[in-house]
Structure formats: C-alpha cells, structure tokens
Design a protein around this ligand. Structure first.
Ligand code: MN
Length: 496
C-alpha cells in the first residue's frame, strides 16, 4: 500500500543570469532537463521531479516560489546554480518560500576537459562559484536547507536526494495529519504529554479527542459477517496458539479483538485520522485493550502511541511515510528491561502494541491476561524482531521547544528463547554502547516510548528535523557523554 499520493512532486529550479547571452541560457536549460531526467530515472527517488525552468530575475523567482507555496502537489524545491547567479535576486523569493529546500551543489560535467576548456566553458560551468554565492544568501537569511554536494549521476548523490525527498513527503503528510486520542493520557505521566497547541504550530499535526464511548458504539455495530471475514484474514496471515484457534477456550477473545479492530478502523475513517493513541486505563465499555488493532493498523501505515502518547503516534506515522516502500520495518516500542552482560542490550516490547513489520518470522496469535486495566484477556501477535541496524527516535516537549532524540541501534537476536514472555519483542544494543546511550538519552530527557525503524537511517530524521526546524540530538557511534552534555548545553543557549 502506498502511503502518499502519487501526484506529489518536487520542483527543480536552476539559477542563471543573462550576462552570458542566449546560447548560454539555452545550454543551462538543456543541461538542467538532463539532470532532472536522470534523477527521475533513479529508482531511489520516491516522487516525480518537475523541472520548472531557469530563473534569471527577482520577479521570476518570486513568482515561482509563490506558485510552489500554494501548490498542494509540491512537497519541496531543489535549487541549483549552473552559472553565476547574483544572489540578491533570490532574497524576495526565499523570504516567502515555505517549502523544504534542497540545494543541489553539482556540476553538469564530472571532469574538467583539459584540452578544450576555455573562458566560455568556465563561464557556463561555474556552479562552484554560483552555488557559493547562493549559499551565502541562504545562510544570511537563515534558511533551513539540505546541501547535497557531488556529481548528479552518482548513486550516493541521488540517494541523498532520495532520503531528503522521504523527509519532505513525511513533512507534507504531517501537516495534514490528525492524531485521534481514544481516551485521555495515562494519569500523572509526564513525558507522553505536552503542549498540543505548540505541536500543531511547530509540526503541523492536529491532536483530537474521541470519546471511548463512541469507539465502543461503532465497535458494537460491527456485523458478525465482517468479523468472520477478518478472522479468515487472521488465519491466513498468522499462526494460532491452540487455545485461540477455532473452538479453543480463548477463540472468542480473538473474535472480540477482530470486532474491535474494525471498530477502530471505522472510527478513524469517520474522524479522518491516520494515527491514534489508546490508554489501557481508559477503556470504558470495551471488551479488551485494542492491542491487536494497534499492531495491525501500524502494519498498514497508521501511527500509534500507547497511554495517550500522541507525539510518538505522530512520529510513528511520519516514519512510516519516510520508509514507505523500503525494506525493513517501523514500529512503536518501549524500553523495558536491561541486559547488562556483554556489550549490554535493552529488551524492547510493550503490553501488546508492536508492529509485525519488524517480525523475523510469522507472528503467532495468542491471548493472555493483561494484569492491568481490569478488562478481559486481550489478543495479540507475538514475535521477535529480526536482526537489523536501525534508529530509535522520540520527540519530547521541553516546555519552550520540541527536541528530537535519535539513537542508532543494532537489533540482535536474543541469546535465548523467552518462553514465558507473552508479547512481541525486540532486543538491541544501542550505539555506541548501552551505558553511554542510556546516560545520554536520559540527560536529553528522552521518553521510554520510541519509534523504531530498520527501514530508514538517521539522515532522513536529520533532514526532517531541519525542515521542521526542531532541535535534534543524535546518539551514535561517536557519542561520548561529555560531548553530548556540551551539545545539550549549547542547544539550551541556542534555543533560548
Ligand atoms: Mn508504554
């Protein structure tokens, strides 16, 4: 399933000037088309790039950027100076442009033609010169952007454009996202809450409240025939514990879970929501915690956060969009239990809600008591995450700003079976090591909830944070606690 509209596009504009005559401009135009065609042919870039021509004046630039701002299709602009382009003419346009910017610092020819190079060639092919002039004005205007340097035909350059495109698509999606809260936040929990007005102002998504009673009513209206159909899909997709199989003692609980999944889907459709939260302590009238629903909806690309965690729900959705079509999985997870032996690792799980996109093998349908919440035993899919490197990310509200924290992690196979653990789980060693990572994460005020993905890398989240203009703190192989503390202190000053 594709999570974004097929008609989304990037706009590509080339800067030039009239100083070198008509023939030079014709060349610039031809070369630009060639570069755009090559990027479009690169399978890594997940949306169409539209060439919007060569711009040579303040008025032209302002006009194009006004169009870009009001275009629902345009998710970002790529800018390149083929010749020298005096950058004052970009000021008016850049000041009003509100779409993500990628500055492609490339050159039409890979190499210098030693035998033939003359003054005309130098004037035409002077991105080294023009892009510096352009970079200066963007820095002076404090424009957030990504600069990609290198030859446009090279796979690494195309890949960096592709990664940024994924961040643009997620940003575009987030601005229209509605996160639906079924019930309220878990009482007294700090990190899962925050300022919803600031979130909408800064990150674009809306957070709305749907009374559990409404979900309950919609669930009760689901027909037996629809439950039968969904049960058939479950049997096709998953293994079943014997007591959950048809006729088993807990098979009725699986049917309740199926009914609840349809109730959640229908309620979200009515509310136009693509992300949601639940709270195990706020389930009035429901048979069980809709954990299986959360697992299966995440698999379809919905965002999810438990205990009312609307920030993580939005981030899971954003990372689902970023990773759309890529191998690997993306899931809500929670730091649970440490393993201090060896390099150190963390068992990741939740009460129920882990996305099967990260599963190593076919998930198994099981029903067990939950122990909290006072409802009937909930169904859930149990599995272990496949080994992969990935990123664990969170967004926290620091009162005056949002901070994104990203940790590179290596998901590994647990060293033993976990025969008594009735929930899906992942097991990972965070980089650079458990002690440095956990110390840094805690100093940064990070959540116990994260959005994990083995489909994207930290670069996509860096691009996203740049576009959203939120603080980013990365914990990776190079992190030391003292350098990380220094970085947090600098950020504290920067954002005050
Ligand atoms: Mn939790």
């Amino acid at each position: 399933m594709k999570l974004t509209d097929e008609n989304k596009e990037l706009w590509f504009l080339t800067g030039a000037q009239t100083l070198y005559g008509e023939e030079a401009l014709r060349q610039v135009d031809l070369h630009s088309k060639h570069v755009v065609d090559a990027l479009n042919a690169a399978s890594s870039v997940p949306c169409t790039i539209r060439y919007c021509g060569t711009v040579k004046s303040t008025e032209e630039i302002e006009g194009k950027f006004q169009e870009a701002n009001s275009s629902a299709q345009c998710v970002g602009v790529i800018l390149w100076m083929h010749t020298f382009s005096p950058a004052k003419m970009w000021i008016r346009g850049l000041k009003l442009l509100n779409k993500p910017i990628l500055h492609l610092h490339t050159q039409f020819y890979r190499e210098i033609p030693w035998d033939q190079i003359d003054m005309d060639f130098m004037n035409l092919n002077q991105s080294a010169h023009g892009d510096r002039e352009f970079g200066h004005i963007m820095t002076r205007l404090r424009k957030p952007r990504k600069v990609v340097t290198g030859f446009w035909e090279d796979a690494d350059v195309q890949e960096r454009v592709a990664v940024w495109t994924r961040a643009c698509l997620a940003w575009d999606d987030l601005k229209r996202l509605r996160v639906i809260r079924f019930g309220d936040q878990m009482n007294d929990v700090s990190v899962t809450d925050g300022d919803r007005v600031s979130a909408e102002e800064t990150l674009g998504f809306r957070v709305e409240y749907c009374p559990v009673g409404e979900l309950c009513q919609t669930t009760n209206q689901v027909s037996e025939a629809d439950v039968d159909d969904l049960m058939a899909q479950y049997h096709e997709a998953y293994d079943f514990a014997p007591n959950c199989d048809t006729g088993g003692a807990q098979s009725e609980q699986v049917r309740h879970a199926a009914r609840l999944e349809l109730g959640v889907r229908r309620t979200l459709a009515q509310w136009n929501g693509l992300a949601f939260t639940t709270n195990f302590d706020d389930l009035y009238g429901l048979n069980q915690l809709p954990g299986l629903a959360a697992q299966r909806l995440m698999y379809d690309g919905y965002g999810f956060g438990a205990e009312g965690d609307w920030k993580t729900a939005a981030l899971v959705r954003a990372m689902k969009v970023m990773s759309d079509g890529l191998p690997g999985g993306t899931s809500f997870l929670e730091d649970y239990v440490y393993h201090f032996s060896g390099a150190g690792a963390i068992l990741q799980a939740h009460m129920l809600e882990v996305c099967p996109s990260i599963a190593e093998s076919k998930p198994r349908m099981e029903v067990h008591p939950l122990g909290i919440g006072g409802k009937a035993d909930p169904a859930r899919l149990v599995f272990t995450a496949r080994p992969a490197s990935g990123v664990a990310a969170t967004i926290v509200d620091l009162g005056n700003r949002f901070r994104m924290i990203v940790n590179e992690v290596d998901c590994i196979r647990p060293p033993a079976e976990l025969p008594k653990l009735p929930v899906a789980r992942a097991f990972w060693t965070p980089r650079p090591d458990l002690k440095t990572s956990a110390t840094s994460w805690i100093l940064a005020g990070g959540t116990h909830h994260t959005s994990f993905s083995s489909a994207i890398t930290r670069e996509c989240l860096e691009d996203f944070a740049e576009i959203a203009q939120i603080e980013l703190a990365i914990i990776d192989s190079d992190t030391t606690v003292s350098s990380f503390k220094r970085e947090l202190r600098c950020n504290e000053a920067f954002y005050n």
